[in-house]
Design a protein around this ligand. Structure first.
Ligand code: NAD
Length: 332
């Protein structure tokens, strides 16, 4: 199939080309630009578009894709909040994704954020390189016996919960669907309000949708333990950024570790080191000593990239061959 691959980074091309071989080889054309109204015209010569997390595929875009003869939208991600599934369904365009390329990759990154924020290894690294061997202000806390609240116990939340149990944490969870296997492992489900009141560390692993947008806002922050840690490796829109800045300023929130940011599309995955950043909200976030931001890299492991490439290509092949699409996103 002729596939236009948007938001291509060198690793996308490297991994897709490595596995795009054999009888089912597809014609992949790589574009480093995102899929947006200015670039949508490119899709006219293709059968499918392959997109990533910050390509906005809303109803207007889907209408344009339909006019251009696109039959398939291929996500190289698990999350699909950036695609209007109802609009695609109405135009008979199939949408496929990579639902479980490596839950461990994301779960382990969430743990990395916790450990770095807590034990301040990023600060120690810089200090020691300048021959400053003082331990002042590097004090952390034991994870052992702390209460960790997991919001969303699907694939990533489950992997994360198990790791945190390994640290000797008391893991509590909130999900609209409770997992029997996690309950067997001793994880206790709570209401959302009870979870945020009890947890010392809260980690977000639910999708972004109309129910979860700004789940963390001034009201939820007010219920949290003073000085708790909030970790978000899911989607930026789960946290109201304006409200989180307020609780960081007044000390209500103790730590914030984020791999995702509400307005990340203008920043993340780009080298802007010689650019004046225009996003003042993001720049304010960066001023806090207790905030750690990574650029949507939680998925970025060799194992995950391999799985993303293999599943993406299989999704395209299955569509081309008229097979059942096991990774199709359907309307609920
Ligand atoms: P999943 O579908 O396996 O699990 C999501 C869980 O969230 C499910 O158990 C679901 O019941 C639950 N949920 C749905 N609505 C909820 C609500 N209103 N409140 C509480 N829980 C709710 O998904 P996953 O593979 O574990 O991925 C979770 C999210 O992680 C994705 O949606 C995506 O946004 C994000 N993600 C981020 C990265 C990254 O690199 N930072 C990579 C992959 C996925």
């Amino acid at each position: 199939m002729k596939v236009s691959v948007f938001s291509t980074k060198p690793h996308d091309k490297e991994y897709l080309d490595r596995y795009n071989v054999g009888n089912n080889k597809h014609q992949l054309t790589y574009f480093d630009v995102s899929l947006n109204p200015a670039t949508a015209g490119i899709t006219a010569d293709f059968d499918a578009v392959c997109v990533f997390v910050n390509d906005t595929v809303d109803a207007q875009m889907i209408s344009n894709l339909c006019k251009n003869g696109i039959k398939l939208i291929v996500l190289r991600s698990a999350g699909f909040n950036n695609v209007d599934i109802a609009a695609a369904t109405a135009k008979n365009i199939k949408v496929v994704r990579v639902p479980a390329y490596s839950p461990q990759a994301v779960a382990e990154h969430a743990v990395a954020l916790i450990l770095t924020l807590n034990r301040k290894t990023h600060k120690a690294y810089n200090r020691v390189r300048e021959n400053n061997f003082s331990v002042e202000k590097l004090e952390g806390f034991n994870l052992y016996k702390k209460t960790v609240g997991v919001v969303g116990t699907g694939r990533i939340g489950a992997a994360f919960s198990t790791i945190m149990q390994g640290f000797g944490c008391n893991v509590i969870a909130y999900d609209v669907v409770e997992s029997a296997s996690l309950k067997e492992k001793g994880i206790v489900y709570k209401s959302f309000n009870d979870l945020i009141k009890e947890a010392d560390i809260i980690s977000l692993h639910c999708p972004l949708n109309t129910e979860t947008k700004h789940l963390f806002n001034k009201d939820s922050f007010a219920m949290m333990k003073k000085s708790a840690m909030l970790i978000n490796t899911s989607r930026g829109g789960l946290i109201d950024t304006t409200d989180v800045i307020e609780v960081l300023k007044n000390g209500q929130l103790g730590y914030l570790g984020i791999d995702v940011y509400e307005q990340e599309a203008d920043l993340f995955f780009k080298d802007l080191s010689n650019t004046i950043i225009q996003d003042d909200v993001f720049e304010r976030l960066m001023t806090f000593p207790n905030v750690l931001i990574t650029p949507h890299q939680a998925f970025f492991t060799k194992e995950a990239l391999t799985e993303i490439a293999i599943t993406t290509l299989k999704n395209i092949t299955d569509f081309e061959n008229g097979l059942a699409l096991e990774n199709e996103i359907k309307l609920p």
